[in-house]
Design a protein around this ligand. Structure first.
Ligand SMILES: Cc1cc2nc3c(=O)[nH]c(=O)nc-3n(C[C@H](O)[C@H](O)[C@H](O)COP(=O)(O)O)c2cc1C
Length: 185
């Protein structure tokens, strides 16, 4: 298995262009997403795949959420929100279908969706595509849940911007394992 090789070499890329994964490739990748660990098998993972011209609909949802939040819709802000989904040719909205459960709090369901998002990043990397996970004001609030017309219990935890790297790919950071690991031998 080359799993660790893929994990070690994955890096986020902010400047992304076409081509994007085919629907068939994405199905393989989502199968990986659905293998995320999941306490009590609550299956909290919901993805909205937004391609090409549909990004306008996402931009409209961003503007609607921003207005609903009470932010002053200046021309500058409107332009920023209109452009946001166009930072990549494909965007995957990550939403958690949060359920009441006596043993599984909301945070665990969100962590499970985070694990599934990492599986998507690795799957994209495996196929030779790149991505970056973004959040910002369009995550973790009811306004964006409503603007995307999702059920009220859904929590939007972020967005994967997906495509093919354009230009420079940053080098991998060199981290000191001992800063992160304590061994109880
Ligand atoms: C939950 C989460 C939210 C993030 N939000 C943003 C964001 O809004 N904007 C951004 O530039 N990077 C964001 N990042 C960081 C990038 O996705 C990426 O991890 C970072 O640029 C480091 O690159 P690397 O993954 O190659 O180490 C976020 C990461 C996570 C896990």
């Amino acid at each position: 298995m080359n799993t660790l090789k893929a994990i070690h070499s994955r890096t986020s890329v902010a400047i992304l262009t076409d081509p994007v994964p085919s629907k068939e490739e994405m199905e393989e990748i989502y199968k990986g997403a659905l293998r995320a660990p999941d306490h009590a098998w609550l299956r909290p993972w919901k993805f909205i795949e937004v391609r090409g011209n549909s990004r306008k609909r996402l931009a409209d949802s961003f503007i609607q959420a921003s207005v609903a939040s009470g932010e002053e819709m200046t021309q500058e802000l409107r332009q920023k929100l209109e452009k946001a989904p166009y930072r990549a040719p494909m965007v995957i909205v990550l939403a958690a279908d949060i359920k009441e459960h006596p043993k599984v709090p909301k945070i665990e369901q969100i962590i499970s969706l985070g694990a599934s998002a990492q599986n998507i990043l690795l799957g994209l990397h495996d196929f030779g595509y790149s991505a970056i996970w973004r959040t910002g004001k369009m995550a973790f609030n009811q306004h964006i849940t409503d603007a995307l017309k999702l059920p009220a219990n859904y929590e939007v935890i972020g967005y994967l911007y997906v495509g093919t790297p354009s230009g420079h790919i940053k080098s991998l950071p060199e981290l000191e394992l001992s800063d992160h690991l304590t061994r109880w031998d």
